[in-house]
Write a protein that binds this ligand. Structure first.
Ligand code: DQA
Length: 151
């Protein structure tokens, strides 16, 4: 089965962007980690990044279709700042139910500015991983696989 790892705006800048907050791993490093953990667990991992809300919505819709067809397990999503603004991403996830989406944040958004405390993704997410640095992507993939194999 396939797992989709979807990264939103500015996550292409990982490694150079506020390293004190997000660390020094690049997006390529993160995607390689995701592929490695997927392979270890017997799944293929497709990684995508976009700075555009509509592209992320289209990718969720595509994931919903693949999930319905039985060839995609779920999505690991770091929606970046769209987390805090995008009712449209919330609606996309809800609209693709029962597609499982695990929300990831590299930083602990709850320990940061108050405008990062609200998430439009959380009420639609199957699980949330926050504040573990880029290891959060690995934890999210492991959690997704465990959650679905427990069913
Ligand atoms: C982030 C947290 C968001 O508030 C921020 O806008 C990001 C990254 C994180 O991974 O910690 O772009 O999602």
């Amino acid at each position: 089965m396939k797992i989709m790892v979807l990264n939103g705006p500015n996550l292409n800048l990982l490694g150079q962007r506020e390293p004190g907050v997000y660390g020094i791993a690049t997006l390529a490093d993160v995607e390689a980690m995701c592929v490695a953990v997927g392979t270890r667990l017997g799944h293929s991992v497709e990684c995508l990044q976009s700075n555009h809300e509509g592209v992320l919505i289209d990718q969720i819709h595509a994931a919903g279709r693949h999930h319905a067809a039985g060839d995609l397990l779920g999505v690991v999503l770091n929606a970046g700042a769209f987390t805090h603004t995008s009712l449209a991403l919330h609606d996309a996830i809800k609209g693709c139910s029962p597609l499982p989406v695990i929300e990831v944040h590299i930083s602990n958004v709850h320990a940061r500015e108050s405008y990062r405390h609200h998430s439009w993704i959380s009420p639609a997410a199957a699980g949330i991983v926050v504040g573990f640095g880029v290891d959060g992507y690995v934890l999210a993939i492991e959690g997704l696989v465990r959650k679905l194999s427990a069913k």
